[in-house]
Design a protein around this ligand. Structure first.
Ligand SMILES: [Zn+2]
Ligand SMILES: [Zn+2]
Length: 82
């Protein structure tokens, strides 16, 4: 795989560290510790972690297909919202 540039610190220091949850590739930037996941639904975009300001709940959103999950356990299954 070619080098992945971190959107946070702009260094090509993003490495795959396994699957979390199972079936969803999990990456961490070794420089700034920013983490992200590869979308297993569209296989084209990154999943980013967000905090919903109204509920303070964590959600995960794909920047390509815009699928949204409200818990990490559900990521990779049918999205809660798309
Ligand atoms: Zn980084
Ligand atoms: Zn997607």
């Amino acid at each position: 795989m070619s080098q992945i540039v971190c959107p946070a610190c702009k260094d090509a220091t993003v490495v795959e560290v396994g699957e979390n949850p199972e079936g969803v590739k999990y990456f961490v930037c070794s420089h700034c510790r920013e983490s992200k996941r590869w979308c297993s639904r569209c296989d084209q975009g990154w999943l980013y972690k967000w905090v919903d300001p109204t509920t303070n709940g964590v959600l995960f959103n794909c920047d390509e297909c815009e699928a949204t999950w409200y818990s990490i356990e559900k990521v990779g299954s049918n999205p809660d919202f798309s």
